[in-house]
Design a protein around this ligand. Structure first.
Ligand code: ADP
Length: 271
């Protein structure tokens, strides 16, 4: 289907020099929220069909990586983009603070086992990128240790691609003021209290260091085969449209037209 916005506008070219202040957080693509609604519905429907094809065909697999600052909207993205898809073929792997067992291994150990199997879409809600984000910002390991991880990650993802995994990575790019508003809403609205953590206020103090770490992540690890998209995410409906649009485009390549009608079934009648 034709989309009035082109998700590739937000694709980070390999080896780019990234200054995040050049990347808009607040786009609307000449659309209103109301105009976006039927587009989103049509994209969800197509994503649902393509995901069923992917699952039924059982050969290709798709890894979707989501990274963002706190309140960036990872959970809402998963709900909105994958609405209507079959949970049997869509998995979410969330990566929180590593356990002692995980810390006793290399940092990719806990990640690799969640890479998608044939027929599946797997969404990484946070990912191995935390090991060059929170770990870098909070000096959890020395700079020479996190510094060499960009190359590990490029090689790890290339290995997955070589083995048949398609990868799309989305950085949900919100402004500092939008984060303030979203945190305030979590405080002001009792129904959102469960989402609030005082730790988020502490993390907010490191906003600039996180922006630097996100920019480095985008510069170092957006490749032709495993590209990053810096998605303007202040407007949730626009964010959803861009990500669903890109995933539909990708799945059209790896999951469409897998089932031509079987001529052997022509005229077969069940007694
Ligand atoms: P979310 O914020 O994604 O909804 P949580 O509230 O459980 O989920 O937060 C997960 C926390 O785990 C975040 O603070 C994140 O920085 C932290 N985390 C994830 N991966 C790592 C890692 N490799 N090392 C240290 N902390 C990590």
């Amino acid at each position: 289907m034709e989309l009035p916005i082109d998700p590739s506008t937000f694709r980070i070219p390999p080896n780019a020099d990234i200054d995040l202040s050049d990347w808009s957080t607040n786009e609307h693509g000449e659309l209103s929220k109301d105009e976006a609604k039927p587009l989103q519905k049509a994209l969800n429907k197509r994503l649902e069909e393509l995901q069923e094809n992917l699952y039924a065909h059982g050969k290709e697999r798709l890894l979707v990586v989501l990274q963002a600052t706190d309140t960036g909207g990872k959970d809402g993205t998963i709900r909105a983009v994958f609405d209507g898809t079959n949970p049997q073929g869509v998995k979410v792997a969330s990566f929180g603070k590593p356990t002692d067992e995980e810390l006793a291994h290399d940092y990719l150990w806990r990640v690799h086992q969640h890479a998608p199997k044939r027929g599946d879409i797997t969404i990484f809600n946070r990912s191995h990128y935390e090991d060059v984000l929170v770990v870098r910002v909070h000096d959890l390991v020395p700079p020479d240790v996190w510094g060499r991880r960009y190359e590990h990650i490029r090689n790890f993802e290339q290995m997955l691609v070589d083995e048949g995994v398609t990868i799309r990575k989305f950085f949900l790019n919100i402004s500092k003021d939008e984060q303030r508003q979203r945190l305030q809403d979590r405080i002001d609205e009792p129904a959102k209290h469960w989402k609030f953590s005082f730790g988020d206020l502490e993390e907010r103090k490191h906003w600039d260091a996180y922006q630097t770490a996100f920019a480095a992540m985008l510069e170092e690890t957006s490749t032709d085969q495993a590209p990053w998209f810096a998605v303007p995410a202040d407007r949730k409906w626009f964010r959803n449209l861009v990500i669903t649009g890109e995933l539909v485009r990708t799945l059209e390549e790896i999951a469409a037209d897998r089932f031509p009608p079987n001529p052997e079934l022509d005229g077969v009648v069940v007694e």
